[in-house]
Design a protein around this ligand. Structure first.
Ligand code: AMP
Ligand code: ZN
Length: 664
């Protein structure tokens, strides 16, 4: 077989397995074998760029960057849906329709998937582009990102129309969402709030390989085009399935409104058993001919209507209100409830937001309260029943002092929340800042869990993160439950963190609103902490992507004596407080044009940084291993097939540390 046929064969094979797994939920190959075939294809494609195909399965892993999303006009307008909330709303809808169309009417009931809508255009059987809904007339071109979603076919099967649009919803199923959050919590980051926002945020990420990591799915529900071989909505769902799209089988064809209502009621009750979130049901007139007769209003089709589920709501008793103090000193009131089942889980705590909310609802201890779970993961108190309130009940007085350190709370104009101003001595703030400092994406200090941090703070051994660098074995060994090995690990972890690059140090400092991305921006721009520390608000806002809120926060951080002292301490300890020499001066030739493959998860630098480091030092990075590869830099969880291949070819495998010392 010649190379071209070989490549095409592999592409077809992978496409079929992919479709079976992601669209039909039936695996027909082991992950391991899939990986091997994918690598084979990658190698062949790399060796033969002349057979490049923008829709090859190898492109699922992403890698393309979109700096600015192009605006694209939809060939067919993307309408929104009018809403209904009750049986009688649905009956009214049918009555209005009956005035326009005669004869029997069929309805298709579909789930209303709660995600981000997308329009895919296919031409000659391949994905031409993917565009967000935008304002309905034009949206953003997010093709690179959408290509990484495995359930989106890049090439169609069967007898496809020449050109058409197909609409659907990008969703993030619960399982994947929860896994992403587990990982985030481990890394000391705020968990994402709900699958819908996370899904729609994913579409606009600039780095498509980041999108590829998110377990997104695309569920399709609507085909549009000229002269499509379909007469009904139900047929179009079927056609879409045949072409290789993921179309949930739950859709139902019915002939009466009572049947529609039965479908609605069933899914209102059973929606929690679905793998993804829905927020209602969409009812569509089945016949396309009748659809045309009914037409559209300026905003939505008359032939379809959404039935929105009410957010689930239960009542229970408010036993207590407690107050949490965050790392920034923000106070969050938390309702402690008599446990109650809501949306399939037992709820014991709910958010009360802030003092205004408590005041507005006049929430009191012992009240019967209503708890709702909307799109958000954390349930909230939405109402209070005054009926059963005893005459002895007292108005809730919001705390005036910090529950942890007793300082008087402050509240700035425009802030919804109260703050504990005692950032230096308030224990959860001290602990929280240290916790953030050592977290994985920041200084990544191993061997130091949250209990140990609390212990160290309690024993007065550390009062801020800079104190970590003065800890000695003799100080920590006598602590409760501190084994010798853990003590040494801790010291070693602290020592290792001195190699962490400046941008991550900057993130680790815990300046309010300075997350990972902002830290990167600031590090690149200012290059060292001294320059940043003296930057004025006006200067800061001039930096790309830095707004007023961030600028203010940065200036305020560096205007604190205490913080300046801490930074001095960090400097003395040898922490990277400026961009490294190599980053500054650019190119070296240490790696002498050697070819590198990078695989796995790394501890001290990100994968992208590692690649940049290789290139900066004169090496070349390629994506798959071949005879021409000189080194593989292997992190955690490197794919087994890669390792075997590297070993078979006798390629040197470097650990992260080995690599870093090679260039230092
Ligand atoms: P809304 O955003 O509340 O106006 O609802 C309209 C949106 O529902 C559409 O833009 C689609 O993105 C989404 N949707 C989810 N499931 C369906 C479905 N089965 N049929 C049509 N639209 C749907
Ligand atoms: Zn406090």
């Amino acid at each position: 077989m010649n190379v071209k046929d070989q490549i095409n064969l592999l592409r077809d094979e992978l496409r079929i397995h992919n479709h079976n797994y992601y669209v039909l939920d039936e695996a027909t190959i082991s992950d391991f074998d899939f990986d091997i075939k994918l690598k084979q294809l990658q190698d062949l494609e790399e060796a033969h760029p002349e057979f490049y195909d923008a829709n090859s399965p190898t492109l699922r892993v992403g890698g393309g960057i979109t700096k600015n999303f192009k605006t694209i006009k939809h060939d067919f307008k993307m309408y929104s849906l009018s809403n209904s909330y009750s049986k009688s709303d649905l009956e009214d809808w049918e009555k209005r329709n009956r005035k326009i169309i005669d004869g029997s009417v069929e309805y298709v009931c579909e789930l209303k998937y709660d995600g981000a809508s997308i329009s895919l255009t296919y031409e000659n059987g391949v994905l031409l582009r993917a565009v967000t809904r935008g304002d309905g007339t034009q949206g953003d071109d997010v093709t690179l990102n959408i290509k990484t979603i495995n359930s989106v076919p890049l090439k169609l099967k069967g007898d496809f129309p020449d050109r058409f649009d197909i609409r659907g919803e990008i969703v993030l199923p619960f399982e994947g969402f929860n896994n992403m959050n587990k990982q985030r919590i481990l890394e000391g980051e705020e968990p994402y709030r709900n699958p819908r926002n996370t899904a729609s945020g994913s579409l606009k990420l600039q780095d498509s390989s980041e999108v590829a990591k998110r377990p997104l799915e695309c569920l399709l529900y609507h085909m549009v085009g000229d002269k499509l071989p379909i007469q009904t909505q139900y047929q179009s769902l079927d056609l879409a399935r045949k072409l290789g799209f993921k179309v949930p089988a739950i859709s139902k064809l019915v002939t009466t409104i009572p049947e529609v209502i039965k479908f609605v009621e069933y899914w209102d009750q059973h929606r929690h058993n679905l793998p993804y979130e829905i927020d209602g049901v969409v009812i569509k007139v089945n016949s396309l001919f009748q659809q045309e007769e009914l037409g559209h209003t300026s905003k939505s089709p008359r032939w379809a209507i959404a039935y929105k589920f009410k957010a689930e709501r239960v009542s229970t008793i408010l036993n207590d209100i407690t107050y949490q103090v965050g790392r920034t000193g923000a106070i969050t009131p938390v309702a402690n409830l008599k446990p109650v089942e809501l949306a399939g889980t037992i709820v014991k705590r709910a958010s009360l937001h802030n003092a205004d909310q408590i005041e507005k609802l006049d929430i009191r201890l012992g009240d019967v309260v209503f708890v709702e779970k909307g799109g958000e993961i954390i349930p909230k108190i939405v109402d209070v029943s005054f009926e059963n309130r005893s005459s002895a009940s007292l108005k809730t007085n919001y705390i005036t002092n910090c529950p942890e350190c007793n300082s008087s709370l402050t509240r700035n104009e425009g802030d919804a929340k109260h703050f504990c101003p005692n950032s230096e001595h308030c224990p959860p703030q001290i602990g929280g800042r240290i916790q953030h400092f050592i977290s994985r994406k920041a200084m990544n200090i191993d061997g130091l869990g949250s209990e140990t941090v609390t212990l160290l703070v309690k024993n007065g051994l550390i009062n801020n993160y800079a104190d970590l660098y003065d800890l000695t074995i003799d100080q920590i060994l006598p602590l409760d439950r501190m084994a010798e090995k853990s003590a040494f690990n801790l010291i070693a972890g602290v020592e290792a963190s001195k190699k962490i690059v400046f941008e991550r140090v900057l993130f680790a400092l815990g300046i309010r609103y300075v997350g990972e991305t902002v830290a990167k921006k600031l590090a690149k721009h200012y290059k060292d902490i001294e320059a940043l520390a003296i930057a004025s608000e006006e200067e800061l806002v001039n930096v790309d992507e830095i707004g007023e809120v961030i600028a203010k926060s940065v200036v305020s951080f560096f205007s604190s004596e205490k913080n300046i002292e801490i930074i001095r301490q960090l400097k003395q300890a040898g922490i990277q407080l400026k961009i490294s020499e190599t980053e500054l001066t650019g190119q070296t030739d240490i790696l002498e044009s050697n070819v590198f493959v990078v695989s796995g998860i790394f501890m001290k630098v990100t994968r992208n940084q590692l690649k940049l480091l290789i290139e900066k030092n004169g090496g070349r990075v390629v994506s798959s291993i071949s005879k021409k590869t000189n080194y593989v830099v292997a992190g955690d969880k490197m794919g087994p097939s890669k390792r075997i291949k590297a070993e078979n070819l006798g390629i040197t495998i470097l650990s992260e540390d080995e690599f870093l010392s090679m260039i230092s």
